[in-house]
Write a protein of this length. Sequence first.
Length: 201
Amino acid sequence: MATVKTDKWRKLAFKLLRLREDQFTSTRLRRVYRDWFDVEVGLYSYGCFDPARFPPGTRFGRYCSIANSAASFDTDHPTEAAILHPVAYHPAFGAVEDWTIQPQPLVVEDDVWLGHNVTVLASTGVIGRGAVVAAGAVVKDAVAPYMIVGGVPARPLRPRFEPERIAEIEASRWWTLEPPQVKALLAERPNWLPKASSRRV
């Protein structure tokens, strides 16, 4: 019972901290999230500071854009078992002594965009750098870097760029830079900016 109370207190305290801190840059918010909930978030990523939506072991790279309604799971109900309920695999119920299902942590690499109502299942494992997961998708397999996926279950729709452009982006390692350095990089490569038609006026 004490563990449950501590967990509830931490979630409430973290929610208050999230309101006070800047999601993009706060190292304090990231440190507490890591120490209390074992979720790591790279700088400038946002939308992922919620232990109710992302389980322990989840790792986010830098500059990720995560919709406030996206979520992931690190375990699935065991459809091959006689009992689907956690009583058969979660020790808190007292029927088993240890977890009988091993959590499968998720790694979300740099500059990934998860749209609204995206659900990432435990079998996914990795969402590669620069990938886009369309709104409402249910992801059950690894997502390749720079791939756009969508649907239920999610399937590859198309790569964002040609291989040559991907190689150029990868060679720049822009996600390791700070915003002033990104500004200088974009000044050198104006063709990396979004087209005027895709910007809001």
